[in-house]
Design a protein. Structure first.
Length: 225
């Protein structure tokens, strides 16, 4: 995806705390991760995030709107609005995190690939995603699940109207769950554009990297270059 952007952009792809090169960074909290983004050298930038990274990008855009000139959310959600559902998910995430800490990273990576939302990925995508997961540690991923998981982050459905920057909501055609969420989000964000990547599933950035690069490069009506 970075290669597809070419030389027009300076692309930064920092690992989120608990993942990859940032596996050992603590604390793993929304405030700490947003602080990492706020420390980036560019005064203003386009921010893109996928899945968990999309949730964090959404929180970051609300926390520091003056820094983010455009927002690209890939297979992302504003969170679970129902308090009981969120509490149940947080408890389930805590149990899963306890279990993950006892698994070798290779076993954990294979288990992660089997979650329903990632079903139907082509072999080259499965291979690339598996290799990337091996860069992390069980302890780091467990910490990320506890601190940044769907049950941990407060929902921001009621704040979507505060997003003044252009927002692109990108979902895969086969990802019915997040397509529906994207439609709901688009109705609440003033300058939102929903784009559906034909033939792709949840991991659009891996299945159709050129499509994501185009969404990042295509400023669209009223967006900053």
């Amino acid at each position: 995806m970075v290669a597809a952007l070419g030389e027009r952009y300076r692309a930064l792809a920092p690992d989120i705390r608990g993942h990859g090169d940032a596996s050992s960074r603590r604390p793993v909290t929304p405030a700490a991760v947003i602080g990492d983004l706020d420390a980036l050298p560019a005064p203003r930038f386009t921010l893109a995030g996928y899945s968990m990274g999309g949730r964090i990008a959404l929180h970051a855009a609300l926390a520091m709107p003056g820094r983010i000139e455009r927002l690209i959310l890939i297979g992302a959600s504003p969170g679970l609005a129902d308090a009981d559902e969120r509490a149940s998910r947080r408890a389930a995430d805590e149990r899963l995190a306890d279990e993950l800490e006892r698994l070798p990273i290779a076993d954990l990576a294979r288990r992660w690939a089997q979650i329903p939302v990632l079903a139907g990925q082509p072999p080259h995508v499965l291979e690339a995603a598996h290799a990337d997961r091996l860069r992390s540690t069980p302890a780091g991923l467990a910490a990320a699940l506890r601190g940044l998981g769907t049950g941990a982050l407060a929902p921001v459905w009621d704040r979507l109207g505060e997003l003044a920057m252009p927002v692109t909501l990108l979902v895969g055609e086969r990802d019915e769950k997040f397509t529906a969420i994207g439609e709901q989000m688009a109705a609440s964000i003033p300058r939102a554009r929903l784009e559906i990547a034909a033939g792709a599933g949840h991991a659009v950035h891996l299945e159709a990297p050129e499509r994501v690069a185009k969404a990042i490069a295509d400023t669209g009506p009223g967006a900053a270059a």
